[in-house]
Design a protein around this ligand. Structure first.
Ligand SMILES: [Zn+2]
Length: 271
């Protein structure tokens, strides 16, 4: 599932073809299971820029509207000079960038992705359901601590996964943050000491920046960027999908299920 580093990579690649003047938009027969609002052809409109909050992509249109796009489990974009014919292409924009014909296609085999075409106000409302983005300068230690302690009786991983607090986290990122913060993901938030909260905060940047630099992380063939290539972020992982903890280099990683998702930790490094 694409998490912040992956979505950020896609956003940067999409911006390589903005401004993008739309000449047509084609929807597959089942695209309405992804697009939850009325969608029009958008002919003549320009995608000025693609922005991002958490895992939500925000296509800013020249008529003031926003096309919000969440990739769900398996969604992704392709950018191509020719029409994209890949299976599971559900939305395809034909258009031009700097006079060149370009196709931007949304591909989603499992169709858990979501899209909304909104006016400015509704787009803002939707984006405001998300907490502060992990890469935003407003994501301060004070914000992190305050948000974490908002639900003291929750498990650490459950709160870290909460998009209304921490926009952009996800399953693999949470395992990695806990590992690099040396804290067990199943700890009660109320049991965390100040120094542990500080370590977790620092760990977020190590995890996010490490994975962003390598263009995102791919597991089991899930994620691909807009050129169809896989991310290389897996080399940065210390516990997720690892047999031996990459921090102490000797302890076997333990896999559990937390918040309904596979969760990995090192029983030696993490308390
Ligand atoms: Zn370890």
């Amino acid at each position: 599932m694409p998490e912040l580093p992956e979505v950020n990579t896609i956003k940067n690649q999409l911006n390589e073809v903005t401004p993008f003047v739309i000449t047509s938009c084609t929807l597959s027969k089942v695209a309405d299971s992804i697009v939850h609002t009325k969608m029009d052809k958008l002919r003549g409109k320009t995608i000025l820029e693609v922005s991002r909050r958490g895992k939500m992509l925000d296509f800013i249109l020249s008529d003031g509207r926003h096309l919000l796009s969440h990739l769900g489990m398996s969604g992704g974009y392709r950018i191509s000079e020719t029409k994209v014919t890949e299976k599971h292409t559900h939305i395809q924009f034909k258009g031009t960038h700097e006079g060149q014909e370009v196709f931007i296609a949304y591909v989603d085999p499992r169709r858990f992705g979501h899209m909304y075409l909104y006016n400015q106000e509704d787009a803002q409302k939707k984006l405001n359901e998300l907490g502060i983005d992990l890469k935003s300068p407003d994501f301060t230690y004070d914000y992190f601590k305050k948000s974490l302690l908002k639900y003291p009786h929750r498990l650490l991983k459950v709160t870290l996964m909460d998009q209304s607090l921490f926009a952009g986290t996800g399953n693999y990122i949470c395992s990695e943050i806990c590992a690099r913060g040396f804290v067990l993901p199943g700890r009660l938030v109320s049991s965390l000491k100040e120094r542990e909260i500080k370590k977790l905060y620092t760990a977020i940047f190590t995890v996010i920046d490490g994975a962003t630099e390598t263009g995102g992380t791919t597991f089991a063939g899930g994620y691909a960027d807009t050129t169809g290539s896989k991310g290389g972020g897996v080399q940065h992982l210390v516990v997720f999908y690892q047999k031996i903890c990459q921090q102490c280099n000797k302890t076997e990683v333990v896999k559990t299920t937390l918040a309904q998702r596979g969760t990995y930790h090192c029983p030696k490094c993490q308390k």
